[in-house]
Design a binder for this molecule. Structure first.
Ligand SMILES: [Zn+2]
Length: 469
């Protein structure tokens, strides 16, 4: 296939370049100045006229909960990966804690692979889990046997899940040492349990028997919880904290601590887009843990993302049906946003097009940095010869309104609903195959509807792991 005349976002460049991209099989074979590759060079292959479109590397979403097997009433790999493709994401990394059994042993991972392998339409990697219910020997054994099959390990300082418990400081320190020795990042959900307990006690005293409001939910998980958990974790990682990665940071002071120590962190689109004031309007649709923060944090997080203090942005995709979200009680409503389909469009519009991020930082934040952090950059993360032909074509002149009815995820309850964004995805390709396309990019003989559709077969996505090329 020859993609002709697209404005390409190439690695390390500060501006777009008009190029032709030659795809051979599943890989990018050549990237050359527009017009310099003769159509004959590809034999009878397809020529895709991309004049007027931008081409970006497919986004890497390094934090999704696709819930399969075990909690598929919330999400599964077919729906989740289809929604990823719709949003320009070509690689997802799935969390170990929200499937059954949790991925804390090799047999659980094999069970998960068997359950999902015929379903995904984008490529996927996994994290292993460090469960606070396990003793030291089990934690070491789990990391050793899972390391070849996963790209990192995940643990929690506080957990709302019965099947996946938080770790103690001793368990965290052991898991960190073991992960570092195995050469895999340890991902931490960082909210200090002591700070949260104190905040919740103060709230119950203040409210008595009165029902809690959404502002109270925010107050129950204050910003100090993130700061304290990050400094606590950094004390336990010792002299070399490079293998620590803090997930879904919403507090700029916590991100600053992590980066200054030499560890890494991510934020999520919802922390950049919303704040506690929005709970009044959005309620359960906005609930996540940690919650979105005070209004001033958004601009601080954007600046940290622009400077590289925050390495990349993830969706923390975690949907749930209405009966679990709309319980009428801020404390019991399911926490999570199905965000993998809005991650790239949001960052593109509000980061790159709104000039909060340079092109180079946008690429790092949406694909390059996560691929590098999780050992995937040999094959993923940028438009370069030899890498997978994972890319997303964007019409920069069109706009996108986030419409729940167009989403493929099982849950479409999203605080982004109705948001108008600059740019519109025209198509998403994984290893040279059209996975999602709007009418503009429909394959010959295929007529998708007005909204675009998924064209790849379930199971076309493949399992990848550390060192992939
Ligand atoms: Zn998560």
């Amino acid at each position: 296939m020859l993609i002709k005349g697209a404005l390409a976002a190439l690695p390390g460049e500060e501006d777009f370049r008009r190029v032709d991209i030659l795809v051979a099989g599943e890989k990018i074979a050549r990237v050359a100045e527009a017009g310099s590759l003769a159509p004959e060079a590809i034999g009878g292959g397809e020529i895709l006229d991309a004049a007027g479109l931008m081409v970006f590397p497919g986004a890497v979403d390094p934090h999704v909960h696709f819930d399969e097997p075990g909690f598929t009433h919330r999400e599964d790999f077919l729906h989740g990966s289809s929604e990823a493709a719709r949003g320009g994401v070509t690689t997802v990394i799935d969390m170990p804690c929200t499937s059954l059994p949790p991925v804390t042993r090799l047999d659980a991972l094999k069970n998960k692979l068997a359950a999902v392998s015929g379903k995904a339409v984008v490529d996927y990697a996994f994290y292993g889990g460090v469960n606070g219910q396990d003793g030291p020997e089990a934690i070491e054994a789990a990391i050793a046997e899972l390391a070849p099959e996963v790209v990192g390990f995940k643990c929690y300082t506080v957990s709302g899940m019965e099947t996946f418990a938080a770790v103690s400081p001793e368990q965290f320190a052991l898991a960190y040492r073991t992960c570092a020795a195995a050469g895999r990042p340890l991902l931490l959900h960082a909210e200090d349990p002591g700070v949260i307990r104190a905040a919740q006690a103060a709230l119950s005293e203040a409210r008595g028997a009165a029902a809690l409001s959404w502002k109270d939910y925010y107050a129950s998980r204050p910003m100090a919880a993130e700061v304290e958990a990050c400094s606590g974790a950094l004390r336990l990682t010792g002299a070399d904290p490079r293998w620590l990665h803090v997930v879904h940071v919403g507090t700029a002071a916590a991100a600053a601590l992590v980066a200054a120590a030499g560890a890494t962190c991510e934020t999520c689109a919802h922390y950049l887009a919303f704040d506690e004031e929005d709970f009044e309007r959005l309620g359960a649709a906005l609930k996540t843990a940690p919650p979105v923060k005070e209004p001033a944090q958004k601009a601080l997080l954007w600046r940290q993302l622009a400077e590289g203090t925050i390495g990349f942005v993830a969706s923390d995709h975690a949907g749930a049906p209405g009966y679990e979200k709309f319980t009428g009680d801020p404390l019991t409503a399911y926490g999570g946003i199905p965000g993998t389909g809005t991650l790239f469009p949001y960052l593109l519009s509000e980061g790159l097009f709104a000039k909060r991020l340079t092109l180079r930082r946008f690429l790092e934040a949406s694909s390059v940095a996560a691929a590098a952090r999780y050992g995937l950059s040999g094959g993923k993360g940028s438009l370069e010869p030899g890498k997978d032909a994972d890319f997303v074509l964007v019409d920069p002149e069109a706009t996108t309104t986030v419409e729940p009815s167009a989403m493929y995820s099982k849950s479409v309850i999203t605080p982004f609903a109705g948001l108008r964004l600059a740019g519109r995805i025209a198509g998403t390709f994984v290893r040279g195959t059209r996975v999602y396309a709007t009418p503009r990019l429909a394959a010959r003989g295929v007529g998708p509807g007005a909204h675009g559709r998924i064209l790849a077969a379930p199971g076309s996505g493949k399992h990848i792991t550390w060192g992939y090329r």
